[in-house]
Design a protein around this ligand. Structure first.
Ligand code: SF4
Length: 317
């Protein structure tokens, strides 16, 4: 059975939202927070790809030269303007209610990246991996995911995950989350090296909870052997539970449990949720059908847009 990290995470928050997303395959609606996060992630990924290319070029010209010096030459990292350029290139307008809101978020993103640049400008170096996809075998399951960045440090690998939202969980919640521990397992299998550090990089310095916060927050930790074992046990229990629920759904038509949690207000399926919706069954069925129609139309639009792009390319060449 193949499962992505994000589906496992969804299930752990609420099995019914997992059902809506990964069994019924209902679409999620475009949202400013989602587009914003994707634009920032893509800008950082492109920026680090450029760093990687530059460093490789400098190193290969050093190895091809007849220089006698032992130390590798330094490379000049791209400017902050490049990072902002990548942000502009990757900007997505999806989900914003109006131009005003979009402009506000765009400026906020620029500020975030400028602060990020300032904070890191003396330590830019090529990462080992950028937006690295993984697929690992785990006790009969195939687990997939994408790691934002992996750095090589003198002590070992550092797994980095960027967070663009303003919600910063407390330490207890951060330690209980399975995301980085799963990445830890994936990195260990992929690079045959135990990660030394797992880092959550909260990029948004304008935290509403803490308006005086001027810098990004880096929350780093490492996992001891007993903690890795615990993660593996928790993960295995979760995967077995998903497997059982899927079987019950398929064989008995049993719906998965709706488990209200702190993310319900942002849940796309609140309107059809048995715990949260105040609609009648007839209304819920109608809304469900609209979700399906929305998905089909979106797919059709993507197809038309792709065809248009292809025709534009053919006609302009
Ligand atoms: S609204 Fe809450 S309880 Fe209902 S499906 Fe969404 S996350 Fe689950």
């Amino acid at each position: 059975m193949k499962l992505s990290y994000s589906s496992v995470s969804t299930y752990r928050n609420c099995p019914r939202s997992y059902q809506f997303s990964y069994i019924e395959w209902l679409p999620t609606l475009p949202k400013p927070a989602l587009s914003f996060g994707q634009s920032i992630h893509a800008a950082l990924a492109d920026f680090y790809r450029e760093i990687k290319e530059l460093e490789e070029k400098v190193n290969s010209s050093y190895h091809n030269s007849s220089s006698n010096t032992l130390s590798l030459p330094l490379f000049t990292p791209p400017s902050a303007k490049r990072l902002l350029h990548y942000f502009w290139l990757n900007w997505s307008s999806d989900g914003y209610h109006d131009k005003e809101e979009e402009k506000e978020k765009y400026l906020e993103g620029k500020k975030i990246l400028q602060v990020y640049y300032e904070e890191n400008k003396n330590s830019f170096k090529a990462p080992l991996a950028i937006e690295e996809r993984f697929e690992i075998q785990f006790d009969g399951f195939l687990l997939t995911g994408v790691i934002d960045r992996v750095d090589e440090t003198p002590e070992g690998l550092e797994i980095i995950d960027y967070k663009t939202g303003q919600f910063v969980p407390d330490e207890k919640e951060l330690r209980a989350d399975l995301q980085l521990p799963i990445y830890h397992l994936a990195a260990e299998k992929k690079w045959n090296s135990r990660p030394h550090r797992l880092t959550l990089y909260f990029l948004n310095p304008f935290n509403k909870k803490n308006p005086d916060e001027k810098h990004h927050r880096r929350y780093s930790f490492s996992l001891e052997d007993d903690e890795v074992k615990k993660v593996e046990e928790t993960l295995y229990e979760t995967l077995k539970s998903i497997e059982k629920d899927l079987k019950d759904k398929k064989e008995k038509g049993k719906d998965l449990e709706a488990r209200p949690n702190k993310f319900c207000n942002w849940c796309d399926f609140k309107i059809i949720c048995p715990e949260k919706s105040d609609k009648s069954q007839v209304e819920i069925d109608e809304i469900f059908a609209k979700f399906k129609k929305y998905k089909a139309l979106k797919k059709e639009r993507e197809k038309i847009e792709n065809e248009l792009r292809k025709l534009e390319k053919d006609l302009s060449s």
